[in-house]
Write a protein of this length. Structure first.
Ligand code: CA
Length: 238
């Protein structure tokens, strides 16, 4: 898919936010279609097959979690949710229901474009088993299960490697505590957040120059973790 010609569906009832989004997105060359309620938005997904959806959590006819669930029955399309500060819990529920990332209102154009690019990039990427992931000084050979910082191999445990792989698969996007716990430890451990604190702390000590001010393994407070991908380069192993 050509990133610059991506078709983006806005599902948002607030006209001022829609106007801001339209201005900001069309400036980037993205094409835009709009709906001001959940039902109309779901119909547009079926009829227009957009590349990405920006979904407001506070809609007049349906809550954002129901829209996310219905949408996921129709399509694997990337979904960026917009939430107000008062919708913290709904935001997490929408992410666990299949939304891919979020922005908290108010947000700026820079943040918006970074999120959209991470989402569109992930859609375009295919993940061959030989893939090597590189960002900054961090290099992860996913096939060989090896991790390097500035070309020095770092020994990490199988659990640490799985956590890192999940973050790489969603590079640049948030992964909720619940998603990480479920995938690594199983559904019975989705509330055991202390597991994550311990293992992510260990990973930071191994991968970050200053674990207290991480450069790669970022915390989204109260939501989950995010692998920062400034200057991301993905290449195939030789
Ligand atoms: Ca709204």
């Amino acid at each position: 898919m050509n990133e610059t010609a991506a078709l983006i569906l806005l599902i948002e009832d607030d006209e001022q936010t829609r106007r801001f989004l339209k201005g900001s997105l069309s400036h980037k060359g993205w094409r835009i279609i709009e709906a001001d309620n959940g039902k109309a938005g779901l119909a547009m997904i079926k009829n227009h097959n957009p590349d990405l959806v920006i979904l407001d959590l506070g809609l007049p006819d349906m809550d954002g979690i129901s829209v996310t669930k219905r949408l996921r029955q129709l399509s694997e399309i990337p979904v960026l949710i917009l939430s107000a500060r008062s919708q913290e819990q709904n935001k997490i529920m929408a992410l666990d229901a299949g939304a891919d990332d979020y922005l908290t209102k108010p947000f700026g154009s820079g943040e918006l474009h970074a999120r959209l690019q991470a989402l569109l990039r992930r859609t375009r990427r295919t993940m061959p088993v030989s893939e090597v992931f590189v960002t900054g000084l961090l290099k992860v050979d996913l096939a060989q299960r090896k991790v390097f910082i500035a070309d020095n191999e770092v020994r990490i445990t199988p659990i640490e490697f799985r956590l890192l792989s999940i973050l790489i698969r969603q590079a640049g996007l948030v992964v909720t505590h619940r998603q990480m716990l479920k995938e690594v430890w199983g559904a019975e451990h989705i509330n055991d957040q202390h597991y994550l604190r311990i293992y992510m702390g260990q990973l930071r000590h191994k991968l970050e120059i200053n674990p207290a001010r991480p450069r790669y393994l970022m915390t989204d407070v109260g939501v989950g973790y995010r692998l920062a991908i400034d200057d991301v380069v993905t290449e195939l192993a030789q």
